[in-house]
Design a protein around this ligand. Structure first.
Ligand code: 48H
Ligand code: FE2
Length: 261
């Protein structure tokens, strides 16, 4: 077979544009490809929703690749072990109730299972703003990450989404962008992003789940973002809360979307 370079080029452009077109009117847009976003994407895709993830970086997985201090193992507590099992991620009990898993196996398996379930992933795209109508977010403003990184002034494009999940981790980027708008009031005690507190694993793991909720009409928190927005503690390299938060936001949005249809 003769290989024609320009056919290869056409194939990539056509297929990518098909994929982008198919994801401009979403049930759920997930911003950030860390563990919480991947788990949410997996469950929503399995339910058949049109759901896509936008990730600034080249690689999906967020802060999970590096385990704790670059030692590529994660710890997951008893309550979340069933999610590792659901994904088929092998783990070992360390002492009672504490499980360890290889962070590379965990990250790549979450990515693989979520995408094979139907989650569309757009890496190298940064969400830089949102669209708001009648005090509700109804879409995202996106740009190529290299445009952002190079500091170029290039105007963005947009997509519509019935719901958005802010799964951007510590910086809570979507809700921070909203919080900075003069007229925006979040559902936090201050009406703005509160910011995160010091490290306290026990407390932080349960508040991660409690704080997984709507923070502005149409925008839900997941993962570390939930604690950053509502002013709760960080937890260090224990990942059960991230997985459970992804599962919770998917369940909540599944109910919302079913009510509307
Ligand atoms: C597109 C964006 C944007 C944007 C950011 O940090 P993550 O891994 O997020 P979580 O919440 O699923 O997991 C948190 C966990 O990794 C962690 O940090 C823990 C448990 N910390 C505890 C502690 O004490 O430190 O992933 C977020 C992803 C990243 O890949 C970003 O590149 C991406 O979101 N992202 N993508 N547009 N505006 N902002
Ligand atoms: Fe972290």
């Amino acid at each position: 077979m003769m290989l024609d370079e320009v056919t290869i080029t056409r194939a990539i452009i056509d297929r990518y544009m098909e994929k982008l077109h198919a994801n401009l009117d979403l049930d759920v847009a997930i911003v950030g490809g860390g563990p919480s976003g991947l788990v949410a994407g997996y469950y929503l895709a399995k339910k058949g929703y049109n759901v896509a993830m936008f990730e600034r970086k080249l690689s999906i997985g967020g802060g999970m690749w590096g385990g704790g201090m670059m030692m590529n193992e994660i710890v997951v507590q008893e309550e979340a072990k069933r999610i590792l099992d659901e994904f088929g991620i092998p783990c070992r009990e360390y002492v009672e109730g504490y499980y360890t898993a290889d962070s590379v196996v965990s990250t790549s398996t979450l990515t693989s299972k979520a995408t094979l379930a139907g989650l569309s992933v757009f890496n190298l795209i940064t969400v830089e703003d949102v669209m708001v109508r009648d005090n509700r977010v109804n879409g995202l403003v996106i740009n190529w990450s290299p445009v952002e990184m190079a500091g170029l002034h290039v105007d963005p494009l947009t997509l519509r989404a019935r719901y958005t999940i802010d799964a951007t981790g510590h910086p809570a980027e979507v809700l921070n962008v909203i919080s900075k708008k003069v007229d925006a009031k979040l559902s936090t005690d201050t009406g703005k992003v509160i910011g995160e507190r010091s490290l306290w694993a026990e407390v932080a793991e349960s508040t991660t789940i409690e704080n997984t909720k709507e923070a502005f009409p149409g925008v839900y928190t997941a993962g570390m973002c939930a604690n950053a927005v509502f002013g709760a503690h960080r937890m260090g390299p224990v990942f059960g809360g991230m997985l459970l938060s992804g599962e919770k936001v998917a369940q909540v949005l599944d109910r919302k979307l079913q009510e509307e249809d």
